[in-house]
Design a protein around this ligand. Sequence first.
Ligand code: FES
Ligand SMILES: [Fe+2]
Length: 381
Amino acid sequence: MTSPSASLVQSAKTAGARMADRGTPFVFNEWYAAAFSDEVSRVLLKRTLLGKRVVLFRTQDGRPVAMDDRCAHRSYPLSAGAIDGDTIVCGYHGFRYDDRGNCIQVPSAAKCPKGIGVRTYPVVERGPVVWMWMGRSDIADANSIVDLSWLTSDRWVRVKVYFHLKSSYVYLCENLMDTTHLSYMHASTIGTPDYASAPAQTEKSSGRFALIRTVSPTRLPPIWAKPAGLEGVSTAARIVRGEFMSPGVFEFTTRLYDGAVSECSRSEYRIKVAHMTTPETAGTTHYFILMARDFAHDDRDVTAFMTKGFSAAFQEDVTGLTLLDEQIGHFGHDAYEISVPSDELGVLMRRYLRQRSLDEHGIADSTADAATEARPISESS
Ligand code: FES
Ligand SMILES: [Fe+2]
């Protein structure tokens, strides 16, 4: 029986201390998906985002509004009140708030006392997503919302899926960064045995981490092969680029084609997926997914087939990450993670998340003087 040596465990713990985990304070100065656009309506939507309870609704001219879900009077949830025009009326004593969160009427008082209100948050609607900024409002810049122009382009046919995930968003982000799990966690859906060991390139820049994996030649699983007309083809190519774009967004682009056909005459099929990883609480995540293809635009059977197949695959992640988060919670301080070279991007991404959190909250880095450098375990160690 092999048990990790005490020094290896200590090294793993030291490395782990430098990575974000389920206990790392959220990064607030960032845009997150708060809701799919069609969820925000003239009905009050109650939602917890980054540990805060908020309420969302649309004004009469269609503008999304988000504010704290807590009446300034006695903390009654505003989401249990009512929309009246562009205002919310609290369901307890009737305090009325306008769309900027100002209390403009107190029914029991002849004149509304000044200075009462609730916090509102910057929200921006882009195609099917309502983005929200919950950090310092003076630095909220809509230009920093990640560019996902395909979400609003007619060239792509889109479907959406949502999961309420019982896991920290950190583990979801690492799961998305680490596609070596496809051959195992998704063995019967989107994975193939050759996926985990296929050659991969990495790209690293400030706050962006990308992995490009080339699986070729390969035999595609039905979920990819059928819509692309590549069933039974043993010379297929599957090129996947997955990028961590922000703490709340991953983008995947998959290109499929028959590698035996020359570049100038082959058909290429592209599928894009935006994974939006919005923390709800320390141990739960709103997992919004938008998936799009640039072929078979009007084929509803392809839409139904892909939606069903990919939903089943993403459910595998949700089930697996629920197990993982529960397991890590169970072991608490005894938990440690031993990394291998393929974890490099996941480790860098989790260090980045932690550093963003430390910087934002003004927390001193207690691991800065750690004697052991926190690197993925090298091939030779
Ligand atoms: S708690 Fe809202 S009006 Fe009293
Ligand atoms: Fe997965």
